[in-house]
Design a protein around this ligand. Structure first.
Ligand code: ZN
Length: 243
């Protein structure tokens, strides 16, 4: 079983199409939320994602905000401006689809949570202390999270089960994870690790191999659509530098 693992697409259809074209064959798709927010293509991204074969998708904080489940005042100015824009842009059927998504899911060896397993919508796993505090909140070998837009693997230390370390991952270098771990594939549509290429993961359970991949896409096309839509200029600029 080959799983394509995607997170934080953020209404960036060009990045999503580049990832789908690059991914090769896969048996299922695990999507970790924030399909919308920031970007100019919310309807197109939802329609593309929801038609993928064997999809499991959870809700992110931007998805929850547009459903009225989170107060938009909890977001910074630019993120809020996009949510106001999205309010008018999003087709009611696609809003309903977002509303049907669960906050977390368990599928075989994977727990899926946008932020963290103990607080799926809001908590950022950005350091080993937060990761450590979350290890008791899932039972499966792997917990897949997004939200930070930063790829990486938090693993329990084999020799000292009470400590956790962060393993950075590199494109095109397969890796194996033998301990319980929280794994973040990075972001498809708005990477923040200063690499502007779209990020995603493939897991193959035949040999438990993980492949972290980056794929370049035409950022200028997306910037044009952001500007044409009147979305904040900052969203256009950050795509270029991956911040
Ligand atoms: Zn996000």
């Amino acid at each position: 079983m080959r799983s394509l693992i995607l997170s934080d697409i953020h209404a960036n259809l060009t990045a999503l199409e580049a990832v789908l074209a690059d991914a090769g064959s896969y048996d299922r798709v695990l999507c970790l939320g924030d399909v919308v927010g920031y970007g100019p293509d919310p309807d197109a991204c939802i329609e593309r994602i929801r038609d993928l074969p064997n999809l499991s998708c959870i809700k992110g904080n931007h998805d929850a905000a547009i459903l009225g489940e989170i107060d938009v005042r909890a977001f910074n100015y630019e993120a809020r401006a996009s949510l106001v824009w999205l309010e008018n842009a999003l087709h009611p059927e696609n809003r309903a689809w977002l509303g049907s998504l669960p906050e977390s899911l368990t599928i075989e060896n994977f727990t899926l949570a946008h932020g963290s397993p103990r607080s799926p919508i809001w908590e950022y796993v950005m350091d080993v202390a937060t990761a450590w505090a979350n290890f008791s909140a899932f039972e499966t070998p792997f917990c897949l999270v997004g939200h930070t837009h930063l790829p990486g693997v938090y693993q329990q230390d084999e020799s000292s089960p009470n400590s956790v370390y962060l393993q950075l991952i590199e494109p095109d270098r397969p890796f194996w994870v033998n301990q319980k771990a929280i794994i973040n594939p990075g972001s498809v549509g708005q990477p923040r690790d200063h690499d502007p290429r779209a990020a995603y993961l493939i897991h193959d359970d035949a040999d438990d191999r993980w492949d972290f991949r980056r794929v370049a896409y035409d950022v200028s096309q997306v910037q044009e659509r952001i500007r044409a839509a009147g979305l904040p200029e900052r969203h256009a600029q950050r795509l270029e530098g991956g911040w």
